[in-house]
Ligand binder design. Structure first.
Ligand code: NAD
Length: 510
C-alpha cells in the first residue's frame, strides 16, 4: 500500500481522478483521500484514484442492498440475458480493455487479451446458471411428504481483488455472483483500478439494473469497512497470503462466508526423461510471462542433477530471444507494477548471489525497448539456489526464475510438499507412472502434467491448498455457485384427510 506514496513530485493539479461507481454511475463519495496510479512503462503518475472512507463504503453497500431487493427476484432468463449481452459487448470491445490493462499494469497487450479471454470464459460458464443452481427433489420421503432443495442468492457480496489480474479476477467472481442473483461491491486494487469502472459501465450497458454492481476504490479502510459491514454476506478475496489470512479471519469473525486466495511459490519438477526442449519452453513462458507477476507463475524449477546443466543451457539460450519493454510495442515482457516493487524484486538477485547461488542471466543488464524511466527488470535466471535462501522461500513476484538441483523424484517431491504454499505445481516427464504418482502425492491444489500453468477451465474450479487458500470453496466452476448461494431444504405435505392429530415426538417417517 505504501507504493502509492512514490513519485509525489510528478502529480499536478490537472491529474485525472477516477471516481467510484455506485448506482450505475461514477460517484465521488465524501472522502478527499486519493492514491496514485502509475503508467509503469513510463514511470509516471497518469491519474489518481479516490480512496473510499468507511461511510462511502456504507453508501455503496446501501445502494447494493436496495438493488438486490429487486435483482434477487429477476428470473433466471433475465439474469442470463444480461450476462449474454455483457459477454457480447466484452468480446466486441476487449481491445479497449486490454489497452487499459497494459497502460496501468504494464503487461504486454497480447497477455492482457489473454487475461480477458480467461475471464470471459467464466462469464460464459455463468450463463449456465439455470443448470448450476437446480436443486434436488425427493418425492414421498414419508407418506405424502416431499423434500426439495432451493439455492438462493446470499445478498450483497464483497469482492476484493489484486493488482496482477485487474479484469480476470473480478470476472471470476462477479460473473457468478450476479448470475446467482447477488448484488456486488467490488474493491479492486488501487494500483490499476480503471478496468473495474470500465467493466461496471459495460454491465450497465448490458442491462444490469443500477446498484446491482458497484465499485469502491481504496485501501485498508475500504477493505475493513466491507469486512465488517453487517449487510455484506460474503467476501471473495484474492491477494497476498498475509492479507488473505487477515481478510479470512476478520470477515468470518463478522459472520460472513469467506473465500480468500493467497500467494504462491510454484515449482516445476523436471525429470531426466522429460522432453527438455518442451520443458525449457514451458519454464521460460511460465517464469517470465507477465513479468512473473502471476500467482500461477513458475518461480522454481527443480531440475534432476543428471539433466540440470543441459536444461539450464536451454533456458538461458531461449531467454536471449526475449524482448523486454513497453507492452504496446509488441514486446514479450513488460515492466513491474511499481518502482518500489521492482527494487524489491531486484534485491533478491543480490541475496541469491550472497547465499551462494549463481546468477546465470542477470535482468539488471537487459536492453529495454521502452522509456528509461519505466519500472524495468529483465528476465533473470539463478542456478544452484539453496532452499535456505530467501529467493527460494519468499514469493518474489517478478521475472526471477530459480533453479534448485535435486537428486530425483523423491527429493523434488519433498521440497514441493515442504513449501507452505500449495497453489500450482507441474511435472515434466514422459513417464506416465511418475506423473500419476505426482498427481496423487503432491500437496498442491492444481497440478500440471507437462503443462506449466495448470489454471483449470471455467467449468472446473480454481484454488490452491495450504497458505494459498483460506476457506473451503474455490473460485469459479461448480464451487462458485455453491459459494454465492445458500441452500434451503423444504419439507412439504399437502393436506390430505388421512393426516392430522397431536404427536409431540420428533418427526419420523411412515
Ligand atoms: P495485496 O495482498 O497487496 O492486495 C490485494 C488486495 O488487498 C488489494 O485490493 C489491496 O488494496 C488490499 N489490501 C492490501 N493491503 C491490505 C491491508 N493491509 N488490509 C486490507 N486490505 C489490503 O496483493 P497484490 O500485491 O495486489 O497482488 C499480488 C498477490 O496476489 C500475490 O501474492 C499473488 O500470488 C496473489 N494472487 C493470488 C491469486 C490466487 O488465486 N491464489 C491470484 C492472483 C494473485
Amino acid at each position: 500500500m505504501t507504493d502509492t506514496m512514490e513519485h509525489t513530485e510528478t502529480v499536478d493539479a490537472d491529474t485525472t481522478v477516477l471516481d467510484h461507481w455506485v448506482n450505475g454511475a461514477p460517484w465521488a463519495g465524501s472522502s478527499d483521500r486519493t492514491g496514485q496510479v502509475f503508467n509503469p512503462a513510463l514511470g509516471i503518475v497518469q491519474k489518481r484514484v479516490r480512496f473510499a472512507s468507511r461511510d462511502d463504503v456504507g453508501e455503496a453497500v446501501e445502494a447494493a442492498s436496495a438493488a438486490w431487493a429487486l435483482w434477487r427476484d429477476a428470473s433466471i432468463a433475465k439474469r442470463q440475458a444480461v450476462l449474454f449481452n455483457f459477454r457480447e459487448l466484452l468480446n466486441q470491445r476487449k481491445q479497449e480493455l486490454a489497452e487499459i490493462l497494459t497502460a496501468e499494469h504494464g503487461k504486454v497487450l497480447s497477455d492482457a487479451l489473454g487475461e480477458i479471454a480467461r475471464g470471459m470464459e467464466v462469464v460464459e460458464f455463468a450463463c449456465g446458471v439455470g443448470h448450476l443452481t437446480k436443486g434436488a427433489y425427493s418425492e414421498n420421503v414419508s407418506t405424502g411428504v416431499d423434500v426439495y432443495t432451493l439455492r438462493q442468492p446470499l445478498g450483497v457480496v464483497g469482492i476484493i481483488s489484486p493488482f496482477n489480474f485487474p479484469a480476470m479476477v473480478p470476472l471470476w467472481f462477479f460473473s457468478v455472483a450476479l448470475a446467482a442473483g447477488n448484488a456486488v461491491v467490488l474493491k479492486p486494487s488501487e494500483k490499476d483500478p480503471t478496468a473495474a469502472n470500465w467493466m461496471a459501465a459495460l454491465l450497465t450497458e448490458a442491462g444490469l439494473p443500477e446498484g446491482v454492481f458497484n465499485v469502491v476504490h481504496g485501501d485498508k479502510e475500504a477493505v475493513d469497512a466491507l469486512l465488517e459491514h453487517p449487510d455484506v454476506r460474503g467476501i471473495s478475496f484474492v491477494g497476498s497470503t498475509p492479507i488473505a489470512k487477515y481478510v479470512y479471519e476478520t470477515a468470518t469473525a463478522h459472520g460472513k462466508r469467506v473465500q480468500a486466495f493467497g500467494g504462491a511459490k510454484n515449482h516445476m519438477l523436471v525429470l531426466p526423461d522429460a522432453d527438455l526442449d518442451l520443458a525449457a519452453d514451458a519454464a521460460v513462458n511460465a517464469g517470465f510471462g507477465s513479468a512473473g507477476e502471476r500467482c500461477m507463475a513458475i518461480s522454481v524449477v527443480l531440475a534432476v542433477d543428471t539433466v540440470a546443466d543441459e536444461f539450464v543451457a536451454k533456458v538461458s539460450e531461449r531467454m536471449k530471444t526475449l524482448r523486454t519493454g513497453d507492452g504496446m510495442r509488441g514486446c514479450d515482457m513488460g515492466p513491474l507494477i511499481t518502482g518500489q516493487h521492482r527494487d524489491k524484486v531486484t534485491s533478491y538477485i543480490d541475496v541469491a548471489a550472497s547465499d551462494g547461488a549463481s546468477v546465470v542471466v542477470d535482468g539488471r543488464d537487459v536492453d529495454i525497448d521502452g522509456d528509461p524511466n519505466g519500472f524495468w527488470l529483465g528476465p533473470t535466471l539463478i542456478d544452484n539456489v539453496p532452499t535456505t535462501s530467501s529467493v527460494y522461500a519468499d514469493e518474489v513476484f517478478g521475472p526471477v526464475l530459480s533453479v534448485v538441483r535435486v537428486e530425483g523424484y523423491e527429493d523434488g517431491l519433498d521440497i514441493i510438499n515442504s513449501s507452505p504454499y500449495g497453489n500450482g505445481t507441474a511435472i515434466f516427464t514422459n513417464d506416465g507412472g511418475a506423473a500419476r504418482r505426482f498427481q496423487h502425492e503432491a500437496t498442491v491444489g492444481m497440478i500440471g502434467i507437462n503443462v506449466p500453468i495448470p489454471v483449470p477451465v471455467a467449468y472446473h474450479s480454481f484454488g490452491g491448498w495450504k497458505a494459498s487458500h483460506f476457506g473451503d470453496t474455490k473460485a469459479y466452476g461448480p464451487h462458485a455457485f455453491e459459494f454465492f448461494t445458500a441452500e434451503k431444504a423444504v419439507t412439504s405435505r399437502w393436506l390430505d384427510p388421512s393426516h392430522g392429530g397431536i404427536n409431540l415426538g420428533f418427526p419420523q417417517h411412515d
